[in-house]
Ligand binder design. Structure first.
Ligand SMILES: [Zn+2]
Length: 133
């Protein structure tokens, strides 16, 4: 019964759910722009909405205002390749994110940015699990 209540609450408060969702997106990268690593102030649609891109986690990445504005309505991967801060590891991370493999995406971002601390804690444990297996 409480599960139904939760669904009902979310239906009642789509704004609340939207805010939580945005927060969780920023949390994945420790609030850093997936393209350049600066603080993420916005959510960017990898495939722009004008091209049929959906507002799903797979299609939405944390981005700074500068990247988000500069990219505008372009496809993110094409746009990103032309940037002077282009990093193939980040490009791979964006691709992994698009495929819904956030875990791999975050790992690649950590590789690209050793100062990436927030999520590292959460994922170090998993690494040892993999080594043991
Ligand atoms: Zn940026």
């Amino acid at each position: 019964m409480h599960i139904n209540d939760a669904v009902f609450l979310e239906d009642l408060c789509p704004k609340f759910r939207f805010r939580q969702w945005r927060k969780s997106i920023h949390r994945f990268t420790g609030k850093s722009c997936i393209y350049c690593g600066k603080p993420s102030e916005s959510i960017d649609h990898v495939l722009p909405r004008s091209q049929g891109g959906l507002s799903t986690t797979e299609n939405c990445v944390p981005a700074c205002l500068s990247c988000n504005g500069d990219k505008s309505d372009e496809n993110a991967l094409y746009w990103y390749r032309r940037q002077k801060f282009y990093d193939p590891r980040r490009a791979m991370a964006i691709r992994a994110w698009l495929e819904g493999d956030l875990r791999l995406a975050i790992r690649l971002l950590q590789w690209a940015n050793p100062n990436f601390k927030v999520s590292k804690k959460n994922y170090t444990k998993d690494e040892s699990k993999y080594k043991a297996a």
